[in-house]
Design a protein around this ligand. Structure first.
Ligand code: HXC
Length: 257
């Protein structure tokens, strides 16, 4: 499939999606988000793909929603676009999404980054929710996911000042997993994506879903969810292979069954 605003590649079980609107810092227009969600959904269904790497370029992961597209539209027009229905589909992707983030991750870019399950950031990353400076607010989960990610105090400061934080500060607050030099952020993220691509796929997906339930469900319900996942995985062929390989002191060969 050919796209206008993203590119797609595959490497060792990793589907690599690159945001590709470099002239305007990967500003997220409706078509880009539509293409992104279409491709994420395709990769999610593709049995040869086990993890997804989402990236931009060195200068920008994404500098937010496309302000040109929003500037002239009325509230009703924007509501009728129902763009967030498309955004919401990102959280339904069952395979892990690894973010390789460099440069600007602002507004919708920060929200997109927070949809990644693991984030490797370059030292140059600049992360924030500047919507307040435009007289608006985050609309794709910024107030909700940021509070869950960094806690109410830090989130409140970021949301009300609109000022971005550095990669180092993002690491300190658990908003990213690792900060590495810009020369290697992409390779580090790809290496991690490949490592997870080598894990038993069913276990990966059930664990991803269960971990996300932790912020949605009361503890006991989350525990019940976890336990059901645990029993389900016991029925998988990969569980037999994993345990057998351990006993035979050899490397397991996981098939996803
Ligand atoms: C449209 C954008 C853009 C954006 C940058 N550009 N961000 N165009 N929408 N979000 C364009 C600029 O207009 C410019 O185009 C080119 O990209 C390069 O940007 P500069 O401003 O010249 O670069 P620089 O001086 O390095 O400043 C970078 C920046 C600044 C700090 C990131 O561009 C900026 O503040 N951008 C807006 C960030 C923002 O407010 N994001 C939140 C958007 S609201 P030209 O043609 O002049 O070269 C949002 C709501 C989310 O995300 C709701 C959910 C979807």
């Amino acid at each position: 499939m050919s796209y206008e605003y993203i590119t797609v590649a595959r490497e060792d079980g990793v589907g690599i999606v690159t945001l590709n609107r470099p002239k305007i810092l990967n500003a997220l227009n409706l078509k880009l988000i539509d293409e992104l969600v279409t491709e994420l959904t395709n990769l999610d269904k593709d049995s040869e793909i086990r993890t997804i790497l989402l990236t931009g370029n060195e200068k920008a992961f994404a500098a937010g929603a496309d302000i040109n597209e929003m500037a002239e539209a009325s509230a009703i027009e924007i509501m009728k676009r129902d763009q967030f229905a498309v955004w919401d589909r990102i959280s339904l992707i069952s395979k892990p999404i690894i973010g390789a983030v460099s440069g600007f991750a602002l507004g919708g870019g920060c929200e997109l980054m927070m949809n990644c399950d693991i984030v490797i950031a370059s030292e140059t990353a600049v992360i924030g929710q500047p919507e307040i400076k435009l007289g608006v607010m985050p609309g794709a989960g910024g107030t909700q996911r940021l509070v869950r990610a960094v806690g109410l105090r830090k989130a409140m400061e970021m949301l009300l000042t609109g000022d971005p934080i550095t990669a180092k500060e993002a690491l300190q607050y658990g908003l990213v997993n690792r900060v590495v030099p810009v020369e290697v952020y992409y390779q580090e993220a790809l290496k991690l994506a490949k490592q997870i691509a080598g894990q038993p796929p069913l276990a990966v997906q059930v664990i991803k879903k269960a971990a996300h339930k932790a912020s949605d469900l009361p503890l006991q319900e989350g525990m019940d969810y976890e336990r059901n996942g645990f029993y389900l995985l016991l029925a998988s062929e990969d569980r037999q292979e994993g345990m057998q390989a351990f006993l035979e002191k050899r490397k397991p060969r996981f098939t996803g069954n």
